[in-house]
Design a binder for this molecule. Structure first.
Ligand code: ATP
Ligand code: MG
Length: 374
């Protein structure tokens, strides 16, 4: 096992006019489970494939442990990779599939047998060892692909969207198994997904990428509660954070946020940080769970905006209420299922401002309140 370090890595594919990976620096600690997440095309697979040695890098360095591996062949990097479209050998049994890499490395037979059986037991697939891939379910095949990686004890595991072929239930189940497996083996792991929920549940830390850049690298708690910028804030969390564009303004001796539809109090601790920015155009961010719906009789005042209920989606004990502002901007509130709300009704929406965020203008505007205590 080893740490993996990317230092100012760049990659532009030949024929492309923009970098796929643009100045990426990440330090993955020994034994850490690190998740790379971001929208399609942001450079996740390219980053992973560079660590594996399947793509050359243009600039920068990649280290596995203390060894710079820029010019080390993939087979000599001592890592194991599981791809999204893992190809099991169809004519080989599960046992043969799992032992293939070890046989190629001329590992002694008794060692191979011990390692394959140990890995199979860990993954609960001992009873499948004599079957061929076509006689397995999608989830079982997936476990064989993981098994093929863990029969070795490499320096690191690399996973590229390994669960994306599975249905939702199996994905959640296999995700939990991967987490348990990591606790047991403690092998340094880099895991790529575009699914923010998978990233949040699996990662010790999460790297959020967009357009080849790293936008934030932090624990799931940190990323959720102190997103570095508006892009991260909108990408992590479902339904996404609501954003209101408006101005910081002075009102009755205090600094408030003017949405154009009403005033919002600032998040706690923000007034000191934003004192010099009165009059600036900024963005107010509030997650759906910070919004609650009152009735017509409730008092107005600050941090309450009037909106129209457009659609309600009941999730069980909660529901997502989609609301429309007079500007026709859409907002979503996640509230208890038993709170009354009718489609088409005009309602007062209260915002729990203490836990809101304020961002600079722009799609990736910096979070100006990231440092306030939460
Ligand atoms: N072999 C290639 N040749 C040229 N361009 C490529 C190649 N592979 C990827 N790209 C481009 O590089 C960028 C990053 O691609 P990459 O596969 O790393 O994205 P990704 O984050 O893994 O996306 P996805 O979630 O869709 O798998 C994209 O713009 C993509 O079109
Ligand atoms: Mg990819």
């Amino acid at each position: 096992m080893a740490s993996v370090t990317l230092d100012r890595v760049y990659k532009t594919y030949s024929g492309s006019d923009h970098p796929a990976v643009n100045d990426v620096s990440i330090e993955i600690a020994d034994r850490e489970f690190l998740v790379l997440v971001g929208p399609s095309g942001c450079g996740k697979s390219t980053t992973l494939r560079m660590v594996a040695g399947l793509e050359d890098i243009d600039q920068g360095s990649i280290k596995i442990g203390d060894r710079v591996v820029n010019n080390v062949a993939p087979k000599d990097r001592d890592i194991a990779m599981v791809f999204q479209n893992y190809a099991l050998y169809p004519h080989m049994t599960v046992y043969k599939n799992m032992s293939f890499g070890l046989r190629m490395r001329k590992v002694p037979k008794p060692d191979i047998d011990r390692r394959v059986r140990q890995a199979a037991e860990m993954l609960g697939i001992e009873h499948l060892l004599d079957r061929k891939p076509k006689a397995l379910s999608g989830g079982e095949r997936q476990r064989v692909a993981v098994g093929r990686a863990i029969v070795r004890t490499p320096q690191a595991f690399l996973f590229d969207e390994p669960l994306s072929n599975l249905d939702a239930r199996l994905r959640i189940q296999t995700r939990a198994e991967l987490k348990r497996l990591h606790r047991k083996l403690q092998t340094t792991t880099i895991y790529v997904t575009h699914d923010q929920e998978e990233a949040m549940t699996l990662g010790d830390r999460i790297v959020i990428m967009k357009d080849g850049h790293v936008h934030q690298c932090a624990s799931p708690h940190e990323v959720y509660n102190r997103p570095a910028n508006r892009f991260v804030a909108g990408f992590i969390g479902m339904p996404p954070m609501n954003f209101f564009e408006g101005q910081l303004a002075q009102h009755e001796g205090k600094l408030v946020f003017d949405t154009g539809h009403g005033l919002l109090d600032l998040p706690s601790g923000a007034e000191n940080l934003l004192r010099d920015r009165a009059g600036q155009s900024l963005v107010y961010g509030a997650r759906p769970e910070l919004l609650s719906i009152g009735s017509q009789g409730d008092a107005g005042g600050s941090s309450c905006l009037t909106m129209t209920v457009s659609v309600i989606e009941v999730l069980g004990n909660e529901k997502d209420v989609y609301l429309t502002l007079p500007s026709s901007q859409q907002v979503v509130a996640r509230i208890a299922a038993d709170v009354p709300a009718d489609e088409g009704a005009e309602v007062r929406v209260f915002i729990e401002t203490a836990r809101a965020h304020i961002f600079e203008a722009g799609q990736s505007g910096a979070n100006l309140t990231a440092r306030v205590a939460r």
